[in-house]
Design a protein around this ligand. Structure first.
Ligand code: TRP
Ligand code: SF4
Length: 432
């Protein structure tokens, strides 16, 4: 097998891409050139895939409204994996997005049996304080699922359109699955769609930064967004078809009127409208969506998503909140964190002599990965380290020392910013 060498470790990305092409995830690389100042996660191909992110980029560039939304389940300590989602939310907020963050306490309670009290504690202390410390601005919205009744009302609406066979096919639910668990799935879809409610300015592109494990939720939610639409607008050969897939006669009439008012030539039938001008289907869909919203419907745009690679655990395998030795928490004692780095698995060889001779394998090294994901701002530095490691000029001991010193310093600063964030909670409508 040919191994492609690349400091961003895209040999791993290949595995992901293959997996996801089956599900229709697009390669992030393809739209990367359209982003003026990509986040390092984008530049370094840590974000490897997306759905419909071009729609979000278009809104971002045109200074039209768009939103970023993601959620955290308060079931354990927040670690560097969670921090990636936080940074992605904040990046979009800085680029003009209305930002929404759910603390998924309904999910944690129903699925993991965590008490409401503990959810609140973890939510505020581990997730929200770090989010604020990393730069989340009070113009955004942070909420606990159980307290957001706009979202919960929407969850009910979505549940009315979803049946058991469907969710059991997606999530493997059985007769034993609690209804609360199912409700928490609807809550996640409602989390993702509620930024498009009239209270927040109506339909708009929304991007959901997540790990690729959440893609099933995205597929369901995008499907639900489509299902809540009353019309389907499609380009056909020589005309645009506007089918009232769930629209009554009044709504069809309202749509026809709106199109005529905008000066289009149409032919109206009982359940659909054909339009013959050389207009783009997207523009017509926009007009139809407005008609839906004016008539009290949702008119949702399917939410977009971006997917990042997971970090490997410090001890190999997956990084997991439930195994302290596998991750470094954002609240971890900085010295303890440094010592975890010193003990982490590397891509080094058994002996120094072998390492000099054959070189190390940065793509299988948890220390290199920490530098790549979080601890090296300079791309050139990484490229150099990659080359030095591969060629056997870099030894793991000194490499670890650099990473350990950086993580110690990072955590000291982050934790001091977290202490300041305690006094800022009220700006976000929250208290300890
Ligand atoms: N299910 C997600 C997790 O396990 C948390 C979550 C809840 C979420 N609501 C969301 C993620 C909305 C993205 C968008 O981590
Ligand atoms: Fe990893 Fe550094 Fe060792 Fe290379 S030298 S395997 S990058 S710790």
């Amino acid at each position: 097998m040919e191994v492609k060498l690349d400091p961003w470790g895209s040999s791993q990305i290949e595995d992901y891409s293959k997996l996801f092409e089956e599900f229709g995830i697009s390669r992030f690389e393809e739209i990367l050139p359209e982003i003026e100042d990509p986040h390092p996660y984008m530049r370094r191909r840590i974000i490897f895939g997306h759905r419909d992110y071009d729609v979000v980029l278009r809104a971002m560039k045109a200074h039209r409204p768009f939103a970023v939304m993601s959620g955290f389940m308060p079931s354990g300590r927040a670690h560097f994996g969670h921090m990636m989602v936080m940074n992605e939310i904040i990046w979009h907020q800085k680029h003009g997005a209305d930002a929404f963050v759910a603390i998924a306490n309904m999910e944690a309670h129903a699925v993991r049996g965590i008490s409401w009290h503990r959810c609140r504690e973890l939510g505020i202390n581990d997730y929200i304080l770090s989010l604020i410390a990393l730069g989340f601005e009070p113009t955004g919205h942070i909420y606990f699922q159980s307290e957001n009744y706009r979202m919960r009302d929407l969850a009910f609406e979505l549940a009315a359109e979803t049946n058991f066979s469907e969710v059991s096919a997606i999530y493997g639910f059985s007769g034993e699955t609690s209804i609360g668990h199912m409700e928490s799935v609807m809550a996640q879809s409602a989390d993702i769609l509620h930024p498009q409610l009239p209270d927040y300015g109506g339909p708009k592109p929304v991007v959901v930064p997540v790990g690729s494990d959440q893609d099933a939720h995205m597929r369901l939610t995008r499907d639900l967004a489509y299902r809540m639409r009353k019309f389907l607008v499609e380009q056909r050969e020589g005309y645009i078809s506007i089918r009232g897939k769930a629209a009554g006669p009044d709504l069809i009439r309202a749509a026809a009127d709106a199109l005529i008012d905008s000066g289009y030539r149409i032919k109206q039938y009982s359940e659909h409208i054909d339009l013959f001008d050389g207009e783009s289907a997207d523009r017509i869909d926009e007009i139809i969506r407005e008609v839906e919203v004016k008539n009290g419907e949702f008119g949702f745009i399917p939410p977009a998503s971006i997917y990042h690679r997971f970090m490997t655990g410090l001890t190999g395998g997956k990084m997991s909140s439930s195994r302290p030795e596998s991750h470094i928490a954002l609240t971890e004692d900085p010295d303890e964190a440094a010592s975890k780095i010193m003990k982490a698995i590397t891509g080094g060889k058994q002996s120094l002599a072998e390492q000099r001779r054959y070189g190390g394998e940065p793509e299988r090294c948890a220390v290199y990965e920490f530098l790549l994901f979080h601890l090296a701002e300079d791309d050139r530095e990484l490229e150099e380290l990659y080359g030095e490691c591969r060629s056997g000029r870099q030894m793991c001991g000194s490499c670890k020392k650099i990473a350990a010193a950086r993580i110690r310093e990072f955590l000291r600063e982050h934790q001091s910013a977290r202490r300041d964030a305690v006094h800022r909670l009220k700006e976000f409508g929250l208290k300890l």
